[in-house]
Design a protein. Structure first.
Lengths: 349, 359
């Protein structure tokens, strides 16, 4: 039946043109991402022509400072940006789908604050220096915080509304971040490492971190893309989804697992970065409609574009220093959030 | 002086007493239960405050504390009580009262129990301006207070305007406030990364909300503000009840709606800002103190003074816990209020169904 309906829908011209927008547009978005990636490699405290960047890969000269900058600083930074961006975009889209809440975002709901607290506690209590150690703390923290936020906000007489979820997230984030600062105040050396990490930054990350988080982000990405059609039926409401033969609990569980993997890995790699997971799925939805099978890949392409773009802006506006990417995304993303809540009906998705 | 009890209101379980002083020609309606609750909470706050003077790394007996306060103590007690503990305790009382009062004003104005200055970003506005003043301009003292005042006022106006769309609903105000606070917190974090590590640690303590090391200089601005603003608020707040009937009805009753609302809003912002400048943005006090005292008092009272007394009690008690729980290391008081306040907010969210989403 679904196929027949989809077939009938596909024959309508407006829908056919939308399918064209979706697929060709996605190619255009990938080209844009490639352009931003190139900018990220070329611009910074020292701008260099793209030719030099190209040479750094094709004719690497260890004596050439520019080549060294590109290969040892900008490449890892850009790769982390791509990974973290994709993870946050996917996590945001899955969260918005599974909670049917337009304000869902890994940072606003306190999930990244949970990961931060767990990491700080880990660094402070167990003297964990290496990243591969604290990834696991980040996962544990992210899982606990998301369970608390979602559990509490869906409690009560009605299911969770956007306001309840946002407030529950704010409360949990406030609690966790004040506990984090309590840990930091008892331990100055941890504070010195942490204050750069907590802003959300791609700078000065070790190459090793890439290999530590890649498997988790890959598994999370596969799971979330796989759950896309399930999210479509969930959007009709739990009862209808169940009536269509979907195992609602399985979809929710897989989604939650994917979100925890993606958020935990992204937070461990770059610190808490807000608003990427919020804004990108909305932009994707505006372009390609409410079908999660398209929203998810679009988010995966657009989010790193936003994150790397914000990172490049942060490097350019405050030269020779830089503005951390988490600050830039907050300054870009919060007006978007405000515009979203100003809409007359804050509809449930 | 004549006192009349209203039989009608007594039947509803709310005892109102009209006090009429003929010689001054003043008539005041007094809510008996509110007076009782305010007195009780103030007495409790005072008791905790006096207790907090006696304990610490160097315990001093109650009799010695009282002797020192009367000026007949030993010189080392003099130093510990008068220079270290007294300003800290008094700042705690004043800051708590200011946050409680400010929260009650905001919640009443927005007619929404969650619209308190810490949720809608007013405290964050004060904090970002103060951190800017401390870390970037290297200012101190009155300049920081002034910066906090400017920051909080600008934030409150910006949040109000951004939430305005043919009127302001409480819930849009809260969500816009969360967004605005996110930007401000990002800015605070940025200023922190620009600071020296020592300044950064000081700023983190301050940002969590702390009464550690408060001196008489820190107490003065907040005490003056409370002394000036509280009487104004009490006079103007008589019109709050009319505002709750809706703007048109209030106007019909002869209330100059816009002016009263603007005065109250400014008063609420000023209290939150100066309190933030004195002790940092101590979270959740402005949110929960008015709500708990309102439940104690009952719905018909305005609950401004009870909220102030409740806030004072909450902050001095939380500070006592923060000082002693990991002694000799002190936690900032904001950690304790967050540990108490966040679960309370979560409980409110879990319990309510319609209350939160109502305009």
């Amino acid at each position: 039946m679904t196929i027949a309906v989809a077939d009938a829908v596909a024959r309508r011209p407006s829908v056919r043109s939308r399918a064209w927008t979706r697929s060709v547009g996605l190619l255009a978005a990938i080209v844009l991402l490639a352009a931003v990636t190139a900018c990220s490699l070329a611009y910074g405290a020292k701008a260099m022509p793209l030719q030099t960047v190209w040479d750094a890969f094709t004719e690497f000269d260890p004596q050439n400072n520019d080549h060294l900058i590109v290969r040892s600083l900008r490449v890892p930074r850009t790769i982390i940006g791509l990974l973290v961006g994709a993870a946050l975009g996917l996590a945001g889209a899955v969260m918005q789908g599974v909670t049917r809440n337009p304000l869902a975002d890994p940072a606003l709901l306190g999930i990244e604050a949970g990961a931060s607290l767990a990491v700080v506690a880990g660094i402070s209590a167990f003297n964990i220096g290496s990243l591969s150690g604290y990834v696991w703390f980040a996962f544990a923290g992210a899982a606990a915080a998301s369970a608390v936020v979602y559990g509490l906000s869906s409690f009560g007489h009605r299911r969770s509304t956007p306001l309840k979820l946002a407030l529950a997230g704010t409360a949990v984030a406030a609690l966790l971040s004040s506990l984090t600062s309590a840990v930091l105040l008892l331990d100055v050396t941890t504070l010195d490492q942490f204050r750069f990490w907590v802003v959300g930054s791609l700078a000065g990350r070790d190459d090793a971190i890439i290999w530590d988080v890649i498997p988790f982000i890959a598994v999370g990405a596969v799971l979330s893309v796989g759950v896309g059609s399930g999210l479509n039926t969930l959007a009709l409401g739990d009862d209808i989804a169940r009536g269509l033969g979907q195992r609602v609990a399985v979809i929710r569980a897989v989604s939650a697992f994917a979100v925890v993997l993606l958020c935990g890995a992204a937070t461990a790699a770059a610190g808490p970065i807000a608003f990427v997971g919020l804004t990108v799925p909305h932009v994707a939805r505006a372009i390609c409609g409410p079908d999660y099978r398209w929203i998810l890949p679009w988010s995966m392409v657009l989010a790193p574009t936003l994150l790397l773009g914000a990172d490049v802006i942060g490097r350019l506006v405050a030269r020779p220093g830089e503005l951390q990417v988490g600050i830039v995304t907050a300054i870009i993303g919060a007006p978007f959030f405000i515009a979203l809540v100003r809409r007359r009906h804050l509809v449930e998705l | 002086m004549t006192v009349a009890t209203h039989a009608l209101s007594r039947r509803r379980g709310d005892c109102m007493v009209t006090v009429h002083t003929r010689s001054f020609g003043i008539t005041a309606r007094v809510h008996v239960r509110a007076v009782a609750v305010t007195t009780m909470l103030s007495a409790a706050a005072l008791a905790v405050f006096v207790w907090s003077l006696t304990i610490g790394d160097f315990p001093i007996g109650l009799a010695d504390v009282i002797a020192t306060l009367r000026g007949t103590g030993t010189s080392e007690h003099e130093f510990i009580v008068r220079t270290l503990r007294l300003p800290r305790g008094l700042t705690g009382l004043a800051v708590g009262a200011a946050f409680g009062l400010s929260g009650a004003i905001f919640q009443r104005l927005a007619n929404n129990q969650l619209a308190s200055p810490d949720i809608i970003g007013v405290n964050a506005g004060a904090a970002v301006a103060a951190v800017f003043a401390i870390v970037v301009v290297h200012a101190s003292g009155p300049a920081v207070t002034a910066a906090a005042l400017v920051g909080a006022t600008v934030t409150a106006i910006a949040t109000y305007l951004l939430a305005y769309r043919r009127g302001v609903t409480g819930y849009r105000l809260i969500l816009v406030g969360i967004g605005v606070a996110a930007v401000l917190n990002a800015l605070v974090q940025y200023f922190l990364t620009r600071a020296e590590i020592y300044d950064a640690q000081q700023a983190v303590v301050w940002l969590t909300g702390s009464l550690n090391g408060r001196s008489w200089d820190d107490l003065r601005p907040i005490a003056v503000t409370l002394a000036v603003v509280t009487p104004i608020v009490i006079v103007v707040a008589r019109q709050l009840r009319a505002l709750e009937l809706g703007d048109d009805a209030a106007r019909g009753l002869g209330v100059r709606v816009e002016r009263s609302r603007a005065v109250l809003l400014l008063a609420g912002v000023a209290l939150a800002a100066v309190a933030t400048a004195a002790a940092g943005p101590i979270g959740f006090v402005a949110l929960i103190a008015p709500q708990i005292t309102r439940q104690l008092v009952g719905g018909r009272s305005l609950g401004l003074l009870p909220a102030a007394a409740g806030g004072a009690l909450l902050v001095v008690a939380a500070d006592l816990v923060a000082r002693r729980i990991f002694a000799p290391t002190e936690l900032p008081v904001g950690v304790v209020t967050a540990v108490l306040g966040a679960p309370y907010l979560l409980y409110l969210i879990a319990r309510s169904s319609r209350g939160l989403t109502r305009g």
